[in-house]
Ligand binder design. Structure first.
Ligand code: SF4
Length: 447
């Protein structure tokens, strides 16, 4: 017999508990254990007036943002609707069944105003790192660094060869403010082929191999143990800016959290002589990074690795056994020393056709950071290197998670500050999800 639902709704009072309706294994319930906003609330206090109508509770807005970024809902309008309708979201926001949800315009206003002025989202991210450390998820022995390109909210068809004189708005103001920043405007003297009038700090790049797009780069510094993100930085999408970001993040992780890794794993993009020299000589960090080396020759003549360096005497020995000396004066902006064999020795050498057939003598350039490059080359022959190379993939997996699960493959906010806000929130969400996954929930008490 076909059943029929009784739809009488005459009950006047219902007993309903949000607590009972949110499943014990719901992601937000797990995340909630690691969210403590009491300190942030105090830090925000100076940005609110002492008099007047009470504002929307900032904790409500931060909790809504956490929901948005952990659940891949980045539209503010949609987030407000979802929090209004979803019981678990209401529970996480401490709204009860009838609590009012902030209007999306109030939400945007706070996000671009007080939150940005107080650097709240940076602090929110840092609280997640501190909590990961307190939970024992950050070993601090080894870090990995990498960057990933994220499309800007800028139409690729509307690029100009230079910024139009009538371009205005918040993103344009922010672009002008970061023109001298090594992570943005002064990262490279090369002018991009196109500039977006709505977000000029976004870089026109085809680095991903497909058609060129306007992009920002999100830079992650992760701990190799559990792939906790210990720092994040927004930069323009060029390699020089990403190397600058890596240095900033390593120093900031030390200043903020007292973390100092013994080794850093990264790809060849971070293997320039200058970066390796900085890591080894200034910071004492082992570079588990392939050396960026273009010295191999393909014309059949001797490559540089066929000349051996004698550190004691500061000379190179050529394949014919002739010593090559330097004048000691660096060239190339003070970065390279040139070692030369004597013209006399080369002119009478039987190996000249395989060494320097078109020149009177052979020269060998040596970076002033060559000892750091040599250390990286020696490390690349060890078992520890193979482990680091495998562990380095964790940072790439974090980016894959960011784009596929958190759906941050295109920014919604414009300008360097918008990119920074979104990257901080996404990294905080990833750390919270990591803690929720790695640290099991306490078993519910059965009465
Ligand atoms: S040509 Fe000069 S540098 Fe080259 S092997 Fe002969 S002596 Fe050495």
């Amino acid at each position: 017999m076909m059943g029929e639902r009784t739809v009488a709704q005459e009950a006047l009072f219902y007993e309903f508990s949000l607590e009972r309706h949110v499943p014990a294994d719901h992601l937000l319930r797990s995340i909630d254990r690691f969210v403590d906003l009491s300190e942030l609330r105090e830090e925000l206090r100076p940005y609110y007036s002492e008099v007047g109508r009470p504002s929307i509770d900032p904790e409500l807005m931060i909790r809504m943002l956490i929901i948005g970024y952990t659940q891949g809902i980045r539209s503010e309008r949609r987030l407000c609707e979802e929090v209004h309708l979803n019981l678990a979201y209401r529970w996480f926001c401490r709204l009860g069944l009838d609590g009012a949800v902030a209007d999306h315009s109030t939400f945007s206003k706070n996000r671009h105003g007080r939150f940005r002025d107080s650097d709240l989202l940076r602090r929110l991210f840092e609280t997640t790192v501190e909590r990961c450390m307190a939970e024992g998820l950050v070993g601090g022995e080894g870090f990995a660094v990498d960057a990933s390109l994220i499309n800007a909210d800028a139409n690729r068809q509307r690029g100009h060869t230079e910024l139009p004189s009538d371009a205005s708005g918040r993103a344009v103001r922010e672009y002008l403010e970061v023109l001298d920043d090594a992570a943005f405007g002064s990262a490279t003297p090369v002018a991009p082929k196109a500039v977006s009038p709505v977000d000029p700090a976004a870089r026109w790049t085809a680095a991903r191999g497909g058609p060129a797009e306007f992009c920002y780069a999100t830079n992650y510094l992760i701990d190799l143990g559990h792939a906790v993100i210990v720092d994040v930085e927004a930069t323009t999408a060029v390699r020089q800016a990403e190397v600058t970001a890596a240095k900033r993040m390593i120093e900031r992780a030390h200043d903020r959290f007292g973390l100092w890794p013994e080794k850093l794993a990264a790809d060849t993009g971070y293997g320039s002589a200058e970066m390796l020299g900085w890591l080894v000589h200034e910071k004492g960090i082992e570079p588990h990074i392939p050396v960026f080396d273009k010295s191999a020759r393909t014309d059949g003549t001797f490559s540089r690795d066929e000349f051996s360096y004698d550190a004691k005497r500061d000379i190179y020995l050529c394949p014919g056994g002739t010593p090559m000396r330097t004048s000691g004066t660096p060239v190339n902006n003070g970065t390279t020393l040139i070692y030369r064999a004597s013209k006399h020795a080369c002119s009478s050498c039987a190996l000249k056709v395989r060494c320097c057939p078109k020149e009177p003598q052979r020269k060998v350039p040596r970076s002033i950071h060559e000892s750091a490059r040599d250390l990286a080359r020696d490390l690349s022959k060890t078992d520890a290197w193979l482990v680091s190379r495998r562990e380095r993939k964790k940072v790439e997996m974090s980016f894959a998670h960011l784009k596929r699960i958190l759906k941050l493959d295109r920014l919604r906010l414009r300008g360097p500050c918008g990119a920074r806000d979104e990257f901080h929130l996404a990294a905080a969400a990833q750390n919270l999800r990591k803690m929720a996954k790695l640290i099991g929930s306490p078993k519910p008490i059965v009465v």
